[in-house]
Design a binder for this molecule. Structure first.
Ligand code: NAD
Length: 498
């Protein structure tokens, strides 16, 4: 078991102090300029100790030719405050424009996406009255590394990268979050039955790190059945931790089945930076009408207050907000007869929350941050010894338009040496040589594995000689992947059917 180091890797802001905490604020596009002032008004009325700096980001920046949508002045403020409260942005259609949210998450190293999905039955309509879960999604790795290539006429590739530090950070974050928020169970979802090395590492680390949290119940589910169960029985889940792509899909399923997408806030947490936003977009269809629900952004702002050590203010506001919801003061998007008593616009809703500051809800469960809720979360890094790594072979990927593996094996024969015999050929991962099945469809993309007998170490010069010989025989090498053992254990998967 690796040892924890003493230094926390993630340091949220220190607990409340007399000086207001500077935060960067963007008004965004569409309904953003309506809901952000409403939220800031509520924070101000509740005595939040913050000093907002408003920056111009989004549509106006795009229109002035800044393709990222983020001018340097905005970066300057964010770099200084390290906290961003962000209204939704319009992402322009067409090429040339990147998603601003994705740019910010990646640039600022925000590794954790934290999305609570809660229902407010019976005041907000839902099929799942008891749903109250948080999805913690890894935010930086996986297929989102954006490393894609076209390799042959027929085949394209997207690299899935999973790292030990990246996985460890998010898994520890999930357990620490559960502890800090009085949650009882963490469910990990992966596809480790198929991706035994990448997803397998994530689930192994989950079990390994989980052993340090005996007070938290733990379970692992394969993502497909996990997602199905989350849609059908969301009340089974408490905290869910998962990889980037699965988390993206799962959090939208959770938001959808909660019945209240407009009420969901989310936090993006990194080593040094954090960004808080509503889950919904800029809602251009209702922009300028004064009817948008500010709740998603407000709940995100409350996550921000907890993060900067002002959980007391967050608690006061959240309880006032719950009072407004159960008093039937609703914006149009959550209109719900007979529980809606008054249909209101953005500003009137904000005022209803302000009027209830200091009250606690009578029917919905009140939040109580003094009782093991609302503590800022920090995670610690671990030091792991470096493994002893040895080269034992190479996978050579070829672009070869013929569809007969036996013919390819013949072409490769002159390149084979005693050091690196041809172990197998696969096509899209399925073994087609030796002893392939004639029914297997082959594309023009071939993986030829040359591996030493009994995984005996080989010299890189042997690999170079092999590649030279293959090139000499006129075959088109599109890439190679070295085969290593780590402390004697193979660091590569078998071919399907091997
Ligand atoms: P959307 O979330 O803006 O709107 C979907 C529907 O929900 C609309 O009918 C809208 O009126 C309603 N809605 C959304 N928020 C609401 C609120 N607070 N109160 C009441 N009703 C609300 O999704 P969309 O229409 O697909 O996207 C619009 C734009 O927002 C696009 O440019 C998209 O790229 C962008 N977007 C931005 C973010 C972000 O900045 N984080 C997230 C999602 C979408």
């Amino acid at each position: 078991m690796p040892k924890s180091t003493a230094q926390p890797e993630v340091m949220p802001e220190k607990p409340a102090h007399a000086q207001p905490v500077p935060i960067t604020v963007t008004y965004g596009d569409g309904i953003g300029p309506e809901i952000m002032p409403a939220v800031l008004r509520i924070l101000d009325a509740a005595g939040a100790r913050i000093a907002p700096e408003i920056v111009e980001v989004g549509e106006k920046a795009y229109n002035s030719g800044i393709t990222s949508g983020i001018p340097e002045s905005a970066w300057e403020s964010i770099r200084r405050t390290r906290i961003l409260l962000k209204a939704p942005f319009l992402t322009p259609q067409g090429s040339g424009h990147k998603s601003l949210t994705v740019t910010m998450r990646k640039t600022l190293g925000m590794f954790a996406n934290v999305r609570p999905s809660v229902t407010y039955h019976p005041y907000v309509q839902t099929n799942h009255p008891a749903m109250d879960l948080v999805i913690i999604r890894e935010n930086e790795e996986d297929l989102y590394a954006g490393i894609e290539h076209r390799q042959t006429d027929e085949v394209y590739q997207c690299l899935k990268l999973i790292s030990i530090p990246g996985s460890e950070k998010i898994i520890r974050y999930a357990f620490e979050y559960a502890r800090a928020n009085g949650r009882k169970k963490v469910t990990c979802m992966t596809k480790d039955n198929i991706m035994k090395i990448t997803d397998g590492t994530f689930s192994r680390l989950f079990r390994e790190i989980g052993a340090e949290y005996p007070d938290i119940q733990q379970e692992h589910m394969i993502i497909d059945i996990g997602a199905a169960r989350l849609a059908e029985r969301p009340e089974h889940f408490d905290v869910v931790v998962t990889l980037n792509l699965y988390g993206d899909i799962l959090s939208d399923i959770a938001a959808e089945v909660s019945g209240s997408v407009g009420l969901a806030g989310s936090a993006n947490i990194g080593q040094a930076f954090a960004m808080f936003e509503a889950v919904h977009g800029s809602a251009p269809d209702i922009a300028g009408m004064g009817i948008a629900n500010p709740s998603g952004l407000l709940l995100a702002a409350l996550q921000m207050l907890v993060h900067i050590g002002q959980a007391d203010i967050a608690e006061t506001i959240q309880n006032a907000w719950l009072c407004a919801i159960e008093d039937g003061i609703h914006t149009g998007d959550i209109f719900n007869e007979p529980y809606t008593r008054k249909r209101v616009g953005t500003d009137e809703f904000a005022q209803a929350v302000i009027d209830r500051l200091g009250s606690r809800p009578k029917q919905l469960p009140a939040v109580d941050f003094s009782k093991n809720q609302g503590k800022p979360v920090s995670v610690q890094s671990t030091e792991r010894p470096r493994a002893h790594k040895e080269l034992v072979g190479v996978d050579v990927f070829l672009h070869w338009p013929n569809r007969e593996p036996e013919v390819l094996a013949d072409l490769l024969r002159p390149a084979v040496s005693a050091h690196l015999p041809l172990n197998m050929i696969t096509n899209r991962g399925i073994k087609v040589f030796p002893d392939g099945n004639p029914a297997t469809f082959c594309t023009d993309h071939w993986r030829c594995r040359f591996k030493s007998a009994q995984l005996k170490p080989v010299a890189y010069a042997n690999v170079l000689e092999l590649l030279h010989q293959i090139h000499e025989s006129g075959l088109d090498i599109i890439k190679t992947e070295n085969l290593y053992t780590f402390d004697g254990e193979a660091g590569f998967s078998l071919g399907q059917g091997e």
